[in-house]
Ligand binder design. Structure first.
Ligand SMILES: [Zn+2]
Length: 474
């Protein structure tokens, strides 16, 4: 174990690094953690994490991590002081939050792209979380920093974040076979709380059957809720577990949605069983946010020390929710003088499908699709994207490079042109990002269509959020 003097020096140095980083160049988000780790070593991180009286909860998954983390923080900070951080891919951003903040509970989003650039098992060992929360796991970028990233490795990396846990609880999506299997496998070591949909009044959405993550056979589905999420079973015996927290009824109105949610789970922090019933009125925030709502409520009810407040806190937060909980750059539909423009990031097939579904709620006439392409070697993502473009039945298509390669974007455009002969291509460069953003803003604003969807690949905050701001502010 790291000595107390060394530990304290490391902590002070980390705090000093924060002050310096605020003044000078460099990232205040990871630098203090970097300095701390350099002085105190790995043992120091474990000791730092153990400062948290209740412990740390890590949120991971392909889509919905940031939103789930945001909602969980809103809920939990009603009950207890917390330390938090968003959008981390490296350990030192968690360490930085541990040094700079105060509180008994840590809530940290942790995204892992692959095993080369992420160290999920090390993060688990050093932070020793009491909770890992899984949103959903689907095919993401097949390429990370120029290296091919097979899905098996990606899935394994997600699993490793909870694999070594010997205490605490896992919160996971029962309707996603991949995250459900992680729960089943972990249930021998720790408590597992599942969430899912159990409402009859929901139309099936999508029909994407996937292979059984346990044996590799195709799963058979009796319901599809959202892409590969649904009610499924396999000849090997693997089937969708019964959720502890479930959506039992939903009413979709134009201005608000009513969600009925039932919960029956084990609260790890207070070490007791908890039941709750909720009727919530939320903004019409898109079907995918029902899952983010269930994930955050389940995680909150699993880890809050204030068990008696569960129902009242959830009602307080969700009945007063506005759309500002959506993270920067994510898909939103904005009304610009009677023209509806849906825009935001849709980097993977799952995300773009969700965006398309969300847009469909608004479309009532001919639609223009402004599509931003993936990079070289991302043909699989393009295929998923193109299916979604076609499913929207656009009257007109515009293609723009979403990443660096203009040549590859042109190749994708040529494929699209076979189906949509009057599709247009704008070879906007990545280096001249300001010009790209200006042109994309113009295309949406001056479109001759009343319904425009602009989505695909692109930097979240550097591109999508700025275009969104341009459209809203002018
Ligand atoms: Zn199977």
């Amino acid at each position: 174990m790291v000595g107390t003097v060394k530990f304290n020096i490391a902590k002070i140095s980390g705090k000093l690094a924060t002050l310096m980083a605020k003044r000078g160049p460099g990232s205040g988000g990871t630098y203090p953690g970097h300095i701390f780790t350099k002085i105190a070593g790995e043992d120091g991180i474990t000791r730092l994490a153990s400062d948290l009286k209740i412990g740390s909860v890590l949120v991971t998954g392909t889509n919905g991590k940031t939103t789930t983390t945001t909602l969980l923080i809103k809920l939990m900070s009603n009950d207890v002081q917390i330390r938090r951080s968003y959008e981390n891919n490296i350990l030192n951003s968690i360490v930085t939050a541990l040094i700079n903040q105060k509180g008994d509970l840590g809530i940290f989003e942790y995204g892992i792209r692959n095993l080369t650039y992420g160290i999920p098992d090390t993060v688990q060992r050093l932070i020793d979380p009491i909770g890992v929360v899984y949103t959903t796991i689907s095919q993401e970028h097949t390429q990370v920093a120029g290296i091919k990233n097979p899905f098996e490795d990606y899935y394994k990396a997600k699993k490793l974040l909870s694999q070594g846990m010997k205490r605490g609880a896992v919160v996971t999506n029962a309707d996603d076979p991949r995250t459900a299997l992680i729960g089943l496998d972990k249930s021998v070591d720790v408590d597992v709380n599942y969430y899912g949909i159990a409402a009859d009044g929901i139309e099936d959405v999508g029909c994407e059957a996937i292979e059984c993550p346990k044996c590799g056979e195709m799963l058979s589905y009796s319901r599809h809720f959202l892409n590969h999420r649904g009610l499924y079973e396999c000849s090997c015996g693997f089937k969708r577990p019964e959720p502890n927290v479930k959506l039992t009824d939903v009413q979709f109105n134009r201005d608000s949605w009513k969600l009925t949610i039932e919960g029956d789970l084990f609260n790890y922090t207070a070490s007791r069983d908890v039941k709750f019933n909720l009727d919530l009125t939320v903004p019409p925030f898109g079907f995918h946010n029902i899952y983010n709502t269930l994930a955050s409520i389940t995680a909150y009810a699993t880890f809050t020390p204030k068990v008696e407040r569960i129902e009242s806190t959830i009602k307080e937060i969700f009945n007063n929710l506005d759309m500002s909980f959506i993270p920067p750059g994510r898909f939103e539909v904005v009304d610009i003088g009677g023209k509806y423009v849906g825009l935001g990031q849709g980097d993977n097939g799952d995300a773009i499908k969700i965006n398309a579904m969300f847009m469909k709620q608004y479309v009532d006439g001919p639609l223009e699709f402004i599509y931003t392409t993936p990079e070289e070697n991302e043909e699989e993502i393009f295929e998923d994207h193109f299916e979604v473009v076609k499913s929207m039945n656009p009257a007109h298509v515009i293609v723009v490079p979403g990443r660096k390669s203009i040549d590859k974007a042109r190749e994708y455009y040529e494929i699209i042109k076979e189906e949509y002969p009057d599709a247009e291509f704008y070879p906007l460069s990545y280096e001249k990002m300001d010009a790209r953003i200006e042109k994309l803003t113009d295309l949406a604003r001056n479109s001759s269509y009343d319904y425009v969807i602009m989505t695909g690949c692109g930097e979240e905050q550097a591109m999508w959020e700025r275009i969104k701001r341009n459209l809203i502010d002018n």
